[in-house]
Design a protein around this ligand. Structure first.
Ligand code: GLC
Length: 762
């Protein structure tokens, strides 16, 4: 964004008001590490959807005018603002880390009008003119830069050389690398270079553009179609610190109920009670642990939200859900935003009379087509609508439902997209669809979360398809309609890792693939990745090949069982990761680069990932492959299956027959594990089992009731374990607030069979 000469400035506490020949811009020092750069029409900030509450930490910035610009020093970051509204960031040693680009933009290829027309008819983007955006920020890019984050975009881990758009999109075609947008808009990325790391968060909900060096090797740029230039520069010593800064602003994901970490079975196609009964009994009969069954749109009456097709459930869904619950199954139901237009239908009538639906500029209620046919769209930007919607969930809770799955909330529509000028509300003011689109799902998730919290008191379990920055505060997310193809299994790793780097730690994909028919081999390999992903749900589309675990013969079912059981074994470890995540923003599933950012191989690794800091997974994601190349970063590692010790950094080939997903554990780890069970809580859980991997290290283990918010009042236990080179483990209780702590702690040393009791008193 080019403004004129910097003619004057004023310092108002942590705010520096900049006068560029009559046009005002502002810089806020939010914390010593976080700087907000802002330029809006009238200086007024719209209310952020991502950031809740005041994030300012008291800092006394030093501001001084020099020949080369106005300098703002926080002690950790220095900002230089110069004529033309160029903003450069320096680290505490005075080294430029993130500077505005001042050179010429690359001229774009010119083609004749005729060729352009042909290109456009073929569906190619116009190449000969640069689209005008409300603003663009162009930053220098050096040869060492890698970019991570940006939400759920397709392609690989490093986003360098690609361009993306922020516009929540439900595109039913199989997702490929050239897709610019998917369901989520998280305008945050981390830039990692040879000697630097920083993050940029563009808090703007209009259609956004992120060109990460696709246009040039010298710069990258980001911009939006409307709203204010409003970005945060986030400094830190490491990617983890930058992410901490980002989640400090936008929030972390609250600790989930423990059962949500179990296995979820879903399919668009469980229509009747009998269908569900059969799934539940087959899970138990085939000894596949399972906690959750999802009900897709068929449980509703004519796809009307907050209704139940009771006939399909012997006129008593509650009795059925009660029975499922006795057998350890929790039910999650889908809920779409589109409300069916039907006279006499309570939800529609209430919304109509309350003025709760989005409108055309002429003031008519706007309708489009979704699953129920003609439907209208709740105006979730209005707090009253969120409250109304949230409370309606009592209808589902009363039947015994334990979680809500928000779908189609981009919002998706079948009769063309919603026009840009459909009128919504942004808290107290009117705002058009062009501004509210990217936060529609986010606000729906907030409505669902707040409603459930109020009605139920337990930690709400909400799954959402559409997200904006900060949605992690309300919901877990899945990556929408993927396809049963190997390319999509490959994509799971970078996609979920980048979501984690975008502040969304509780994420998963449809295991086995949603669209198209999966194969036994693909299923076996997918479950080997799925069992390590934070949200572990098998889901598939109506009309595709069935993909429950028993659909592929004994061998694949055996593999399936082995990995679901491994998942259950690791639930205490994963729960610890969620506890850590809530404190620090560190994701549960991590790309190698987050733990080993100095290692070149880690920076571009797309086919391995980490579960927390201790477990490295190197799955097979190609058909026919029975060995794979594995990279282990620096340090000593144990092969999880053979207990063989390996020293990294090292590349080697690991045998990986169909039943083997290579897994490694870092030396010096103490992994809390759970005894085998069919669902979380089936066994009393009063013994803690620890797997110890010799080496120096420690682990914080966390225990609470796994269900409500009592932990926030200190009702939890925290154990600190230390492991030594000889594999001996010492433990102590560092916080004692839970009324059912472990009675015993048993340790098994890597390579040994025996479990030995250890003392773990304070
Ligand atoms: C959407 C969802 C999918 C669901 C289907 C039917 O495509 O993404 O998960 O099964 O709608 O509700």
């Amino acid at each position: 964004m080019k403004l004129g000469k910097l003619t004057d400035y004023r310092v108002n506490g942590q705010e520096v008001i900049l006068d560029f020949e009559g046009r005002e811009a502002r810089i806020w020092v939010v914390t010593p590490y976080i700087i907000n750069v802002f330029c809006g029409e009238d200086g007024n900030r719209p209310c952020s959807k991502a950031i809740e509450g005041d994030k300012m930490i008291l800092v006394s910035p030093k501001v001084c005018q020099k020949e080369d610009g106005l300098w703002i020093h926080t002690g950790k970051v220095s900002v230089r603002v110069s004529d033309g509204f160029y903003v450069d960031f320096y680290d505490e040693n005075g080294v430029e880390v993130c500077g505005d680009y001042r050179g010429e933009r690359r001229p774009l290829q010119r083609v004749s009008k005729e060729v352009l027309k042909l290109l456009e008819e073929e569906g190619h983007a116009a190449q000969d003119h640069r689209q005008e955006h409300a603003f663009e920020v162009v930053k220098k890019m050096d040869a060492s830069a890698h970019f991570y984050g940006l939400g759920d975009k397709t392609g690989f881990l490093d986003k360098r050389s690609y361009e993306y758009e922020m516009w929540n999109t439900d595109n039913p075609d199989p997702q490929v690398d050239s897709f610019k947008a998917l369901y989520k808009s998280i305008p945050f990325f981390i830039a990692l270079g040879k000697e630097y790391v920083y993050g940029i968060f563009l808090d703007n909900t209009f259609k956004g553009y992120f060109n990460m060096g696709q246009e040039s090797e010298s710069y990258y740029w980001f911009g939006a179609d409307g709203g204010c230039l409003n970005y945060y520069y986030i400094a830190g010593e490491s990617m983890a610190e930058v992410l901490k800064g980002y989640t400090y602003l936008t929030g972390t994901c609250p600790l989930p109920q423990k059962w949500t970490l179990g296995y979820h079975q879903s399919r668009w196609g469980y229509v009747t009670q009998e269908d569900v009964e059969e799934i539940a009994s087959s899970m138990r009969k085939n000894d596949i642990p399972c906690d959750v069954i999802h009900f897709d749109i068929d449980y509703m009456q004519d796809y009307k939200v907050f209704t139940w097709n009771e006939e399909r459930y012997h006129n008593d869904p509650k009795a059925f859900l009660d029975r499922l619950s006795k057998d350890g199954f929790k039910v999650v139901v889908i809920n779409d935003p589109g409300v069916k237009v039907e006279e006499g239908y309570e939800v529609y009538e209430e919304g109509l009379h309350g003025g709760y639906f989005a409108r055309t500029p002429e003031g008519e209620v706007y309708s489009n087509v979704v699953w129920p046919g003609e439907a209208v769209f709740p105006d979730f930007g209005n707090p009253e609508v969120r409250e109304w919607w949230g409370q309606h969930q009592s209808f589902l809770l009363e039947k015994g439902v334990r979680g809500i799955w928000n779908d189609m909330n981009e919002p998706a529509s079948f009769r063309g997209p919603l026009p840009d000028d459909v009128v919504f509300t942004d808290e107290g003011r009117k705002a058009e669809h062009r501004e509210m689109h990217n936060v529609y799902g986010h606000l729906m998730a907030k409505a669902a979360y707040d409603g459930l919290k109020d009605l139920d008191g337990r930690r709400p379990f909400v799954i959402t398809r559409a997200c904006y920055a900060g949605s992690q505060k309300y919901a877990t997310a899945w990556t929408g309609d993927n396809t049963s193809m190997w390319a999509h299994l490959q994509m799971v790793i970078p996609q979920l890792c980048n979501l984690g780097l975008s502040g969304m730690p509780f994420v998963g994909t449809d295991v086995g693939g949603f669209g198209a028919d999966t194969t036994p081999e693909l299923m076996a390999r997918w479950v080997q990745v799925g069992c390590f992903s934070p949200l572990f749900r098998n889901h598939s589309a109506a009309g595709t090949r069935r993909q429950e675990p028993w659909e592929f013969g004994e061998e694949v079912m055996g593999i399936y069982r082995k990995y679901v059981k491994l998942r259950y074994r690791l639930i205490p470890y994963m729960y610890d990761l969620f506890f850590e995540e809530e404190q620090t923003g560190m994701p549960v599933m991590r790309p190698l680069v987050l733990e080993y950012e100095k290692e070149d191989a880690a920076r571009v690794c797309n086919d391995e990932f980490m579960l927390g800091s201790r477990i490295l997974v190197a799955p097979v994601v190609h058909p026919g492959m029975t060995k794979r190349m594995v990279y282990l970063p620096e340090g000593v590692w144990y092969d999880y299956w053979t207990q063989e010790q390996l020293e990294g950094p090292v590349w080697f080939i690991r045998e990986a027959p169909l039943d083997c997903c290579p897994v490694y554990v870092r030396a010096g780890s103490v992994l809390p594990v759970m005894e085998p069970q069919s669902y979380v809580g089936e066994k009393p859980g009063d013994i803690l089992y620890l797997e110890a991997y010799p080496g120096e290290g420690s682990w914080e283990h966390y225990l609470d009731n796994g269900e409500d918010f009592a932990y926030r009042d200190g009702k939890y236990h925290q154990y600190h374990f230390e492991v030594k080179e000889d594999g001996m483990v010492n433990g102590e209780i560092v916080h004692a607030g839970y009324d059912k702590p472990y009675k015993k702690v048993l340790v098994q040393r890597a390579g040994e069979k025996e479990w030995k009791e250890i003392n773990h008193d304070r």
